[in-house]
Design a protein around this ligand. Structure first.
Ligand SMILES: [Zn+2]
Length: 728
């Protein structure tokens, strides 16, 4: 925490517990075994004590982020002053703890479901001994935290309590020290006095704060707004104090379902008077965390607390990053992120790890999840096949992988998203854009990949992927069980469909921002067209050939099918306008390769383009196979249109991949130009430029622009001549 809160106030337990009951009531559906905070499975205190070599109480006193030796990932080294030891022997009274992510100048890596520490935070750390990381050779070694976010019990000094992702500890001496002593089998060893905590835990005269001014909240507006978009909440009431001082507003933290509160950054306050506060609703608070739906509180400088009588509704939360620089004299502030055209084709292209791609059920679940976003917000995401990625690194490759190395994912994390940002400063305006998105998923035997529903002993893979893609889309958590961006997914619970009011509204907001040109010259994202938003889920190998009877035989194979009811066969004369010429029923759900065929008894005479449209029950998303071209019975090798220009099209069919040699002569037999191009059976049509020099404007290199030319072609077996009238 940035500000020092040395004077605790009495914690208003009534409101917190009533909200928790509401939240838990929503979540505790029958059969639910566990609650998961952003893809975490609980680790018991016992498991954490056993797995850690060293357990200490300490405070982060300084931090530095750095690139690993290969310049693949950014890590942060935090110096932690040790106050108490519960297990093991720390190497010194100040230990170094390495966490993933951080910022080096304008490069910033943010991991979901992964511990990130901030200066001044204190609590209990479950540490694993320094060891060289096999994943990425670190420039330095230090302790790592076992279980990542679960390996840190964070103290909340203003309340004298502590919390980790699943548990709130009302009493640090009883519930934290007591449990640790019992589990480690030894009494705690004090290294240094923890002055902040001692003051926080000291009993106070009950009337101390009450003699001062007690704030009240009379009203607030609007009742519903968005976090991380700059939306401003105006709170009216009394006794807020004429200036903020050490006062603050705090919102329910959607990263833990509202167990704790989020305080806005100092730069988020736009106005503070005795009767009115204006504050931006943060998606990145002082301690991280995102403002979520629920009651909020105003704490004045005394400090006394007022709690809102009714909840504030958070519609969605747009991910912000924080930036501060002493060098540049920039106070800590939150910055809205944006998506760009990273692949030069309007968006981002994902590549898969080999074991992910080999697991077709997982691969198809990923593609379905991607289509869920791409066909609602039109976020421009694509995938490529058969080009596996080996690791997760800042390498301009958007990787989707199963964790393979033991240190890929922290213990008990189901999946996580790494947003790699790059930034620039234009004037005084900070900009950060998503330069790369990487995703890691746990390899587990209890995944349900779909399309079947998960049992209450399984985790729903597609729900996890849709949620993680939401983080990639630059959305943060909500406290709203009906939304995909709700902070928790429980075993047996599936949440594969985006909800329009929250998830899609949030995605649309990010798209709107991302479509405008970045002040730093990055190419904006181009939304996918609505009629081609989905990528085909099943890999379909479509082949077509002209038979001896002048019919076209189409054959295709699916490797695995998930709920396809039929294939519509579509044909086009130009590859642009398609009509349906027939339908073939699908096997429906199959886990083994299945083959199909269709005979086009009256193909178009010159050129035919074919594709398959996949028909599924319960979806309007249009998915297509790749396109194949087939020359019709009257196909001739020609240049068309003829007469035509310098840039034109060569129609040429072949049964094997070969080199086609071309030469241009005038009618007097004078050779102007020779060149070669590769022709393949998959294509019948090639864009060619007769005289590249003319295209470049060097017209004097050729005697004539207009006239009749003879274009001789030859392959290994055949040759011929095309007469071409060039008009320009
Ligand atoms: Zn999450």
């Amino acid at each position: 925490m940035k500000q020092s809160f040395t004077r605790p106030f009495s914690f208003i337990a009534k409101n917190l517990s009533s909200l928790l009951l509401v939240v838990l009531g929503f979540l505790m559906a029958p059969g639910v075994q566990a609650q998961d905070v952003c893809q975490l499975i609980p680790l018991s205190l016992e498991e954490r004590v056993q797995a850690a070599q060293v357990v200490v109480e300490g405070k982060v006193i300084s931090q530095r982020s750095f690139w690993d030796e290969k310049h693949e990932n950014i890590y942060t080294a935090s110096q932690v002053e040790v106050y108490k030891v519960f297990k093991g022997e720390p190497t010194a009274t100040t230990v170094e703890i390495i966490t993933e992510g951080g910022r080096v100048d304008m490069d910033l890596h943010v991991y979901s479901a992964t511990l990130s520490l901030k200066k001044e935070q204190q609590g209990v750390f479950f540490l694993q001994s320094p060891k060289p990381s096999p994943k990425a050779k670190l420039a330095k070694t230090g302790y790592t935290v076992f279980g990542s976010t679960q390996g840190f019990i964070k103290y909340q000094l203003t309340e004298g309590t502590a919390k980790d992702p699943f548990t709130r500890y009302a009493s640090i001496p009883l519930e934290v020290y007591g449990s640790l002593a019992r589990l480690s089998g030894r009494t705690l060893k004090a290294v240094k006095a923890n002055t902040d905590l001692d003051i926080a835990l000291k009993p106070k005269p009950a009337t101390q704060n009450q003699r001062r001014s007690i704030p009240t909240i009379d009203n607030f507006s609007p009742k519903s707004l968005r976090a991380g978009t700059g939306d401003v909440l105006t709170i009216t009431g009394t006794n807020f104090g004429s200036t903020r001082g050490n006062g603050y507003v705090e919102f329910r933290n959607s990263d833990d379902g509202g167990k704790t509160f989020v305080k806005p950054l100092a730069t988020d306050y736009l106005g503070w008077s005795d009767t009115q506060i204006r504050v931006k609703v943060p998606s990145y608070g002082i301690d991280g965390g995102t403002a979520g739906t629920g009651d909020f509180r105003v704490v004045n400088n005394d400090p006394n607390t007022a709690t809102s009588a009714s909840p504030l509704n958070i519609i969605f939360a747009h991910s912000n990053v924080s930036y501060e620089s002493e060098e540049r004299k920039i106070e800590e502030q939150s910055v809205q992120t944006r998506l760009i055209s990273q692949n030069g084709q309007g968006g981002y292209t994902f590549r898969f790890g080999a074991s992910f791609e080999a697991n077709t059920a997982a691969l198809y679940a990923f593609k379905r999840s991607m289509n869920e976003w791409s066909c609602t917000t039109f976020v421009n995401w694509n995938t490529v096949s058969n080009n596996p990625v080996a690791n997760t690194a800042d390498d301009n490759i958007n990787a989707v992988r199963f964790a393979t190395a033991s240190d890929d994912l922290p213990a008990n994390v189901l999946g996580r998203t790494i947003s790699r940002y790059r930034g620039c400063i234009s004037g005084t305006v900070l900009n950060f854009w998503v330069d790369e998105i990487d995703m890691e998923f746990a390899q587990r035997s209890d995944w349900q990949y779909g399309p079947d529903a998960s049992t209450n002993r399984q985790f729903d893979f597609q729900s996890v992927v849709v949620h993680e893609l939401g983080h990639g889309h630059q959305l943060s958590h909500l406290i709203l069980p009906k939304a995909v961006m709700h902070y928790a997914v429980a075993r047996g619970q599936s949440s594969r469909t985006l909800n329009p009011e929250n998830d899609i509204a949030g995605g649309n907001y990010v798209m709107e921002r991302s479509r405008t040109a970045s002040p730093c010259g990055e190419k904006p994202m181009e939304p996918k067209p609505a009629n081609a938003c989905a990528i085909p889920v099943e890999l379909i190998e479509l082949e077509a050939e002209l038979t001896v009877n002048n019919q076209v035989l189409l054959q295709w194979t699916t490797q695995q099918e998930n709920g396809i009811t039929a294939f519509a066969v579509e044909r086009s004369p130009d590859g642009e306008t398609y009509t349906t010429i027939g339908t073939v029923p699908a096997s429906g759900t199959s886990t083994t390769p299945t083959s199909y065929e269709f005979l086009d008894t009256s193909p178009l005479t010159v050129l035919n383009y074919y594709r398959l449209r996949l028909i599924r029950a319960n979806t309007v998303v249009e998915e297509y196979s790749e396109v194949v071209q087939v020359a019709g019975p009257n196909f001739v090798r020609q240049i068309a249109p003829n007469p035509g220009g310098n840039e034109t099209t060569l129609f040429f069919n072949t049964t094997e991949k070969e080199v086609l040699h071309l030469a241009i002569f005038n009618t007097a037999g004078q050779l102007y130009r020779e060149w070669s191009l590769e022709v393949t059976p998959e294509s019948n049509k090639y864009d060619i430029t007769l005289f590249p020099a003319q295209k470049e404007g060097k017209t004097d290199m050729y005697p004539t622009r207009r006239g009749l030319f003879l274009i001789k072609w030859s392959t290994k077996q055949e040759n011929g001549v095309i007469r071409y009238l060039k008009l320009e």
